[in-house]
Write a protein that binds this ligand. Structure first.
Ligand code: DHB
Length: 398
């Protein structure tokens, strides 16, 4: 062999070696396919803001924390169910059977979570609920874990606050389905226990409600306060009609769960919202360093403020990442579920715990008042002024 030929041969061998190493890497990647997370969210329809908020938060988390986890890439699949339960169920089935997702997540409304629970059970797929908040959801499948909240959890603190602040007679005003019925029931039981009296119980339809006739009833009943629960997305319409009927100047106090003074819509509500006292687990104005960083990053990536749906989505994907890491990237429904139980997460809302027994979230619940915040361009925010620490879902604590 001539020296020149030898050099060529050597060079050829080097090329083959490099190619082989490259192939070995590619083969590893094939052996370890991505872990898949399927979020089912209402991206269209009446609850579209819930989908928009959660998707934005999940994408922010993934941008900040990257992929892979434990050597495996994370594939995020987001599907729109339009807020229709039959669609949620069909999509969940497809995600489990065709896409073979490792985890299902999302669920913008209670009926959508109920519709999917049997699929989680049958397929042994962890189902992380990052929105829907009827207490009983976590009891529909042993594979359900929740990072959002429950209505009893956020309602009992405002009932306590009302009774301690001169409100003796209250009327409840709730959306007529799971979370509204939870809010109605737990407001009444706590407020009555505290010495108050519920003098009327009003339920409004979930779909496209016209609040006017129901608000007239509140005016006629003349309570000291009206306690309101409406799902995310309905607060602005309610507040507008409350103001138009002059109820804000009637001497009837408006108190609510924080779903009504939702950060997604709050600043657009205007002065009618000023002074409204609510209880909830998250405010974009929560004064912690972690939250300030979260809100700044969220607002830099989106042209809107994060709300309580966003924070539950952000913590939900963190819970899933942590579980993937605990299983060292192996996954598996039962192993992931076990890894989710008992997790403690430092959230922008404060510390949260996934109760190992109930798989529901334990968290601080704040009492807040709507104020214009000078340091934030005079925009309306829910300003926290009191707190009940580490609140367990009272429907399960009993
Ligand atoms: C539910 C939906 C909401 O938008 C909300 O704010 C609270 C509860 C639900 O359907 O469970």
């Amino acid at each position: 062999m001539q020296p020149r030929q030898a050099l060529h041969a050597l060079f050829g061998l080097a090329v083959i070696l490099v190619a082989a190493v490259g192939h070995a890497h590619a083969a590893d990647a094939v052996k370890a396919p991505p872990l898949k997370v399927g979020f089912i969210l209402p991206m269209t329809g009446q609850s579209a803001s819930t989908g928009k908020q959660i998707e934005a938060a999940v994408k922010l988390f993934m941008t900040q924390n990257g992929s892979p986890v434990a050597g495996r890439k994370i594939d995020l699949i987001v599907k729109d169910d339009g807020g229709v339960a039959d669609t949620t169920r069909r999509i969940a089935q497809e995600l489990v059977v065709n896409d073979k997702v490792d985890v299902l997540a999302g669920f913008g409304l209670t009926p959508l979570a109920f519709a999917t629970a049997p699929i989680a059970t049958q397929s042994k797929t962890p189902m992380v609920v990052t929105a829907a908040a009827t207490s009983a959801i976590t009891e529909q499948s042993p594979y359900i874990v929740r990072t959002s909240f429950t209505l009893p959890q956020v309602t009992v603190p405002i009932a306590d606050w009302a009774a301690k602040h001169g409100i003796k007679k209250a009327v409840t005003f709730v959306a007529d389905y799971g979370p509204g019925l939870d809010a109605e029931k737990f407001f009444k039981s706590q407020f009555t226990l505290d010495g108050g009296q519920v003098t009327g119980e009003i339920r409004t339809p979930l779909k496209s409600p016209d609040f006017a006739p129901f608000l007239q009833k509140v005016a006629d009943l003349k309570p000291d306060a009206v306690f309101v629960f409406l799902p995310s997305g309905q607060g602005a319409a309610f507040m507008k009609q409350f103001g138009e009927r002059g109820l804000d100047k009637s001497g009837i106090r408006l108190i609510a769960t924080g779903d009504v003074t939702d950060d997604d819509q709050l600043d657009g509500m205007g002065d009618v919202a000023l002074g409204v006292v609510t209880s909830h687990h998250y405010s974009a104005a929560h004064p912690s360093d972690l939250n300030r960083k979260f809100v700044a990053a969220f607002e830099a990536a989106n042209n809107f403020r994060p709300n309580f749906m966003a924070v539950a989505g952000y913590d939900g994907i963190r819970l899933i990442y942590n579980a993937f890491a605990v299983t060292k990237g192996k996954g598996g429904g039962d192993a992931l579920l076990a890894a989710m139980k008992g997790q403690v997460i430092e959230s922008p809302r404060g510390q949260i715990l996934i109760d190992a027994q109930t798989r529901d979230v334990v968290q601080d619940v704040y009492i807040r008042k709507v104020e214009r915040v000078a340091a934030k361009g005079n925009q309306l925010y829910n300003v926290e002024f009191d707190v009940q620490k580490a609140v367990k879902d009272p429907a399960k604590a009993k």
